[in-house]
Design a protein around this ligand. Sequence first.
Ligand code: NI
Length: 198
Amino acid sequence: MAILDIARMGHPILKGRAHEVTNFDDPELHTFIDDMKETMVHAVGVGLAAPQVYVPLRIVIFFVPEGRDGGPAVPMTVMINPVIKPVSDTMEEDWEGCLSVPYLTGVVPRWTQVKYSYQDVDGSLRERSAEGFHARVVQHETDHLDGVLYPMRMIDIATLAFTDAQDEDDEEGQDREGESSDDASEEVSDSETSAPAL
Ligand code: NI
């Protein structure tokens, strides 16, 4: 196993359309997926797409941590050649981060409910439904396969922020409130600073 370098926004590998995987018997495919998993864990991310590690193939890995967004946890999943369909036109906005856009976070609209299909590491076709954070992760990662980074999906670019600058703002806010800071304001700042790296 190996920890791979992660491409950052601006590199051409993140701008193109990645290619479908057709040969599931290739031992190098399985070694590469193991390397992706190790790289994602090392980078403390919850999702990673192959173009982010300079490989233009339609491969994504992700998981949903326990308690995230109040929804169920989803174990580590390898999606190859994924296809997403929205269940309805309803979208919701939430904060996102990206391992290829380090130090930044922004508010991104995503479909709230999707169905998606993909092939697993053996090439078998799988189908799932997802909502909330699970749906968000799948959309973010699949975008990577088509050269789309989350800032390109943002409606209000004014929400783009350095995560540590948000922390500073929270601290100033708490100073102004003195010792009377209430639980509600802490909940908001917690969610603002916990944008997942995808
Ligand atoms: Ni990303």
